[in-house]
Ligand binder design. Structure first.
Ligand code: SER
Length: 626
């Protein structure tokens, strides 16, 4: 069975149980700051779990693109990946435990043909301090289900201390059997929904080869013990609680939130003990073998890290709301993924320049039917990967040499890399701090993270002070030529808004004495006609020799006059507004620090040289004055 068939069988099965199949949401969360990326199928559904009506009804199912930042460091064993697909089904106050557990068991054993004897389950042990009891109801349901499959299912407690104890149903605490977006009950903010859950594990067999962290020596094996023998393939959350200021209360409806990792289910159905050997990864693995001339079996972790990270990065960059590598927030995660993959590629001996795009192309191809957006946006992904690779490669070799020197010195002293050294590796050589920590770990060194954070802060404060004294508005200097380009940038924004519409806002600018670069929000490539009209509007404004005036006023006054600008200033603060044109007939009004020319007539002739994509939903124009 291919992964594609499996995905379809899941959707068909739940459709036959009355579920509406809904599309996967974007990986980039909307109105949800609980995680940087969508990390489970329920996230886009939170309002409906809380009681809002979903237009498609009370039974929903889908396959959702998901990404888990917290698993970045876990990749490199048989079952962890950062980007994955979650097969999900939901009851919004409709069916509950009895139906859910029976259906999911039927799907796994009857539709997919998994051996019931290899399936083990867990339930919530209960916790008096939050007043939520052990899930005996789930235990009884499971015992009936197993009995129908001809299996006795003993429930046993404290498996983490006493092992399997001949049981099939195991009680665990809230660290394992409670689910909310923010984790255990103690971490849930007020208003967050959550509940006890019941996980299903598949037994890969006691003789499984890759037990990196075999715990058989120290303690008995149990389904959650991390040795790799048991793999979690699905989780039914009984989401019926909401966090209040004093504890928990029941939601107005009993929900079910099921999630199962497509990669893992595919792995067991395809008889593999490693997700990376399924059809969801193998093409990328083979490509890395080609690129490196090395065999997957010889360096499994490196292959897995590269495959996982570039797949995840491609999906994030290739989303319709795509995020490019950068130094902050979501962009920093993308940068970490790509740079970590590049470093492992280097270790494998990949020499081809700009190779990461080869993996992106394979991922786009493998998923073209399920997630066509990646293929649609692949050119952007390729460009961004190439840019990131060039940037990082420029400094990587030198950075690694510097790192080796630090190691040589530290091995003879205190086995510790100082915060300043780590900061230098970041600042000068582009090493994400997590990469330095990883490299250090390989050499049995530690990194002083507190000191690193302090250095980073110091630097941020310094650069803030420096930028306060710099020319505003993205100007390289205050020469007359540069100032002309600055005024031209204002004319350009106004012309773009007249040509394309009011959605156009400035996203950034970079102005020198030779040209201007201007980024603005707009989704489509400009047509020849739109470019021409924009140029003409700017040139007309120049020909009319319009006056440029500056007035200081309150921010709210500026806003009410319709002045544009990045509203970074606080309410009530004084701002400067530069207006171009005659009173009441302004061609442009912008909140801006200046400087500008006095009259537009001296600008000359305005010409757009290039119009291109800058990032998702942002276009870039390069223009000159002739
Ligand atoms: N939200 C639950 C999880 O992520 C089940 O879908 O495990």
């Amino acid at each position: 069975m291919t992964s594609k068939e499996l995905r379809q069988k899941y959707l068909d099965f739940f459709a036959s149980q009355g579920h509406a199949i809904i599309p996967s949401a974007s990986l980039i969360p909307e109105n949800d700051s609980s995680t940087l990326f969508i990390s489970s199928g329920m996230q886009p559904l939170v309002p409906y779990l809380l009681g809002e009506k979903h237009p498609a009804g009370v039974r929903l199912a889908n396959s959702q693109k998901s990404f888990r930042t917290e698993d970045i460091e876990e990749v490199g064993d048989n079952r962890h990946n950062t980007f994955f697909e979650m097969l999900g089904n939901w009851s919004l106050g409709d069916y509950f435990k009895k139906e859910q557990l029976a259906w999911v068991f039927e799907f796994l054993t009857k539709v997919l043909g998994l051996d019931p004897a290899r399936l083990y389950v867990t339930v919530f042990r209960g916790n008096d301090t939050i007043g939520i009891p052990a899930d005996k109801e789930a235990v009884e349901i499971w015992q009936k289900i197993y009995a129908q499959a001809g299996l006795e299912a003993k429930d046993v407690n404290f498996p983490e201390k006493h092992g399997l104890q001949g049981g099939r149903i195991f009680y665990y605490d809230e660290k394992k059997n409670w689910w909310s977006r923010s984790g255990v009950p103690a971490k849930m903010p007020e208003g967050e929904p959550g509940g006890p859950d019941s996980e299903i594990f598949y037994d890969l067999g006691a003789d499984l080869k890759r037990h990196e962290k075999s715990i058989f020596k120290d303690q008995p094996c149990h389904v959650n013990c991390d040795c790799g023998r048991f793999i979690e393939i699905g989780n039914s959350v009984f989401m019926e609680y909401i966090r209040t200021d004093s504890g928990f209360r029941k939601l107005s409806q009993q929900n079910v939130d099921f999630g199962g990792g497509l990669e893992r289910i595919t792995m067991v159905v395809q008889g593999k003990d490693n997700i990376f050997e399924t059809d969801l990864f193998i093409n990328a693995i083979r490509k890395i073998e080609q690129l490196s001339g090395k065999n997957y079996r010889g360096s499994m972790s490196a292959f897995e890290i590269i495959t996982d990270h570039l797949k995840a990065a491609s999906f994030i960059m290739g989303d319709d709301q795509g995020i490019a590598p950068s130094n902050t927030g979501q962009g920093y995660i993308v940068r970490r993924l790509v740079r970590r993959a590049i470093r492992h590629g280097r270790q494998l001996g990949i020499e081809q320049e700009s190779w990461t795009k080869e993996i992106a192309k394979i991922v786009a191809h493998d998923y073209q039917e399920t997630y066509p957006e990646l293929k649609r946006n692949i050119d952007r992904v390729i460009d961004q990967l190439a840019e990131e690779e060039t940037k990082f490669n420029k400094t990587l070799d030198t950075g690694l040499r510097v790192f080796e020197k630090i190691v040589d010195r530290q091995l003879t002293t205190d086995n510790r890399i100082s915060g300043l050294e780590a900061f230098n590796l970041y600042q000068t050589y582009g090493f994400p701090i997590e990469m330095t920590v990883e490299l250090a770990k390989e050499k049995n060194l530690t990194v002083d993270l507190a000191e690193y954070e302090a250095e980073l802060k110091k630097h941020q404060n310094l650069s803030r002070t420096a930028s306060a004294g710099m020319f505003k508005g993205g100007l390289a200097d205050a020469s007359e030529a540069t100032v002309k380009y600055h005024t031209a940038a204002h004319l350009l924004l106004a012309a773009l808004r007249k040509t394309l519409g009011d959605h156009v806002i400035q996203k950034g600018s970079n102005i020198t004495s030779e040209r201007l670069r201007f980024d603005f929000a707009h989704h489509d490539k400009l047509t020849e006609q739109e470019k021409k009209q924009t140029e003409e509007l700017v040139n007309q404004a120049i020909k009319q020799d319009l006056p440029v005036t500056c007035e200081e006023m309150d921010l709210n006054e500026a806003k009410s006059r319709g002045a544009h600008g990045v509203f970074e200033a606080k309410y009530g603060e004084r701002v400067k507004v530069y207006a171009i044109g005659r009173e009441k007939l302004h061609f442009s009004q912008e909140i801006c620090g200046g400087p500008h020319v006095k009259n537009t007539g001296i600008l000359g002739h305005f010409k757009i040289q290039k119009e291109e994509s800058s990032s998702a939903g942002v276009r870039r124009i390069k223009a000159i004055l002739e």
